[in-house]
Design a protein around this ligand. Structure first.
Ligand SMILES: [Mg+2]
Ligand SMILES: [Zn+2]
Length: 182
């Protein structure tokens, strides 16, 4: 069982101007590369967990989603960052599915398919749904990035790099000694 950081995508890793799905609109947010490299170096697995209701709403196709998603994963890969898996909910919010965040089904799949130890894992996102996902799936905690909305008791920081520092301060790394963290 391994510790993961589960990453929201839109508004957390890439700019969210509303259902991003075209390569032309692809813009990685500041601090993403630095933050993910630090988490990876500390031993965390990385996976993306994203609501993509634009598919269920008919705004774009699942194939459009994968084109954009693969672009992101490859872009990060060129910087030495491995996204182990993408979990996504394609459904309309009214569909009543069990996988739309904050429903915990996607993280239960991550536990089953990646061997993720949720009690040692974190969620980084930008909305209350991401914080609630961590709570409902009994993750160690959540950190929110950006300035989108009030976040209650969940810590909110400026960007991914700061979120990574926050996690690495709060928790002993999952593997290896604390001193291994730069
Ligand atoms: Mg988001
Ligand atoms: Zn769903």
């Amino acid at each position: 069982m391994r510790a993961f950081v589960f990453l929201d995508r839109d508004g957390t890793l890439v700019r969210d101007a509303g259902y991003p799905h075209r390569i032309a609109d692809y813009a990685r947010l500041p601090g993403v590369s630095e933050g993910l490299r630090q988490l990876q170096a500390a031993g965390y697995g990385l996976a993306i967990v994203t609501n993509q209701s634009g598919i269920g709403r008919g705004y774009f196709s699942e194939s459009d989603f994968w084109t954009f998603q693969n672009h992101l994963v490859q872009d990060l890969g060129r910087e030495g960052i491995t996204i182990e898996r993408t979990f996504f909910c394609p459904h309309h919010p009214d569909a009543g599915c069990g996988c739309r965040k904050p429903e915990p089904a996607l993280l239960h799949r991550a536990r089953a398919e990646l061997g993720a130890d949720l009690t040692k894992s974190w969620v980084i996102g930008d909305t209350f749904r991401d914080a609630a996902l961590a709570e409902r799936s009994r993750c160690r905690g959540a950190i929110l990035v950006g300035r989108a909305e009030a976040s209650g008791e969940t810590p909110r920081v400026a960007d991914l790099a700061e979120a990574a520092r926050w996690i690495l301060r709060a928790a002993s790394p999952p593997d290896g000694p604390r001193s291994a963290v730069a």
